[in-house]
Write a protein that binds this ligand. Structure first.
Ligand SMILES: [Mg+2]
Length: 400
């Protein structure tokens, strides 16, 4: 992969001093002797950016897009290779190359939290939410994958498995889809065994009614129907819509109002029909965001995205907050990664099988998530995330 960035160091000559990126977090130096792979130092950081065109113009309630960018991180230590990724701006790759890579090179591959804290400190002045947190996420996921591989464990076992499989919901139904395409996609998921499907709304109130009715017709009465407005509506407008959607037995209304408007979300949540849950959290980049959302009583179910909220380490913090607030938890997109995480998080309810990312992950990875009877099951016969990159398959998408 010539175009990808990499940093290589000579065989380990570590000293404790070199490893102290945080003065108050002392860690043991890595000892990468032969046969001691478990304590191996990170020798190499590779970052690459891929842009994958959508197979049809896509939009939701508030934006349109025609491609998805994947930032991929590969870490090498002790003869193993850890893989992490985030759906993020190419700027995240730049940040990893220019700032984060040097913090994790030579670090002990077991010391994930040490590295995570160092990376978070390093981005203080440029601002953590957004690009920086996604950059940290891609590195953190690669560190967890690497650690699991070095220990010879599937990621879900390293994290501590709570369940063998997690319900998944088919997610797509973009507002750019003509009615027939919406119908076909929703119906296909129902036929494939998904017990829940989600569609986008929020472009046009009158069209929303017709589109929701179409989706309900496609899936029949036994499959749950979720809608996601991506913050398109003002709270009162969202509430009026919630009452209309209740007629089609919509059981999940995601971001009925802007996620920045916690009072607005709470307003909708407290007044929406009882069978309709209000969900948000996909723009959460750190634990404080999730805490504020939960403290505000803004959601019935908290969502989090490990590729945004600082990786697996950040996702676990969100999961712990859901325990503290006794709130159900759901993962946003990136199904291949989240199947492991949600089979470990005690309050995880389901994983989003997002059309774009499911498609991309099938193209990118041998071992990508495979839904069966509406569930995802991490493959515990393979170490780490259980993924092998299909390099030749994806070379055409490589941009840097
Ligand atoms: Mg959403």
């Amino acid at each position: 992969m010539e175009a990808s960035f990499e940093l290589t160091i000579e065989p380990l000559k570590s000293s404790t001093k070199e490893l102290r990126t945080n003065d108050d977090l002392e860690v043991r130096p890595a000892t990468a002797e032969a046969g001691e792979a478990r304590e191996a130092a990170i020798e190499r950081v590779e970052v690459s950016v891929y842009r994958v065109p959508t197979d049809f113009p896509e939009s939701d309630g508030t934006i349109e897009w025609d491609s998805t960018t994947v930032v991929l991180v590969e870490l090498t230590a002790g003869g193993e290779r850890g893989l992490g990724y985030a759906y993020a701006s190419p700027g995240a790759a730049d940040l990893i190359r220019k700032k984060l890579a040097e913090l994790i090179l030579r670090a002990n591959s077991m010391d994930i939290i040490h590295c995570w804290v160092a990376m978070n400190r390093a981005v203080r002045n440029i601002g953590k939410p957004g690009i920086a947190s996604s950059a940290i996420a891609a590195v953190d996921v690669a560190m967890w994958d690497l650690k699991a591989r070095l220990l010879g464990l599937p990621l879900v076992k390293l994290m501590g498995q709570a369940r063998e499989k997690i319900p998944a919901y088919g997610s797509g139904g973009f507002t750019s889809y003509p009615l027939e395409k919406l119908y076909d996609q929703m119906q296909r998921w129902a036929v494939d065994g998904f017990k829940m499907v989600k569609m986008k709304i929020g472009r046009d109130r009158d069209r929303d009614k017709e589109r929701v009715r179409t989706a309900r017709e496609a899936i029949g009465s036994e499959v749950q129907l979720f809608v996601d407005a991506n913050g398109a509506y003002a709270p009162k407008q969202a509430l009026a819509n919630a009452e209309i959607f209740a007629g089609e037995h919509v059981s999940w209304f995601e971001e009925p109002a802007s996620s920045d408007d916690l009072e607005g979300l709470r307003f909708v949540r407290e007044r929406a029909p009882a069978e309709m849950e209000i969900a948000a959290g996909e723009y959460g980049y750190d634990a404080i965001y999730f805490r504020r959302m939960l403290e505000a009583g803004a959601v019935d179910v908290l969502q989090a995205d490990a590729t945004r909220c600082g990786g697996i380490t950040g996702f676990l913090q969100a999961a712990a907050l859901c325990d503290a607030f006794q709130t159900p938890f759901s993962a946003h997109t990136a199904p291949t990664l989240h199947q492991h995480l949600c089979c470990s998080a005690s309050r995880a309810r389901h994983v989003e099988y997002f059309y774009d990312h499911a498609r991309i992950e099938q193209m990118f990875f041998d071992g990508a998530a495979q839904p069966l009877d509406g569930h995802l099951r991490p493959d515990v016969s393979r170490p780490g995330l259980g993924l092998e990159l299909k390099r030749s398959n994806i070379a055409k998408f490589l941009v840097e």
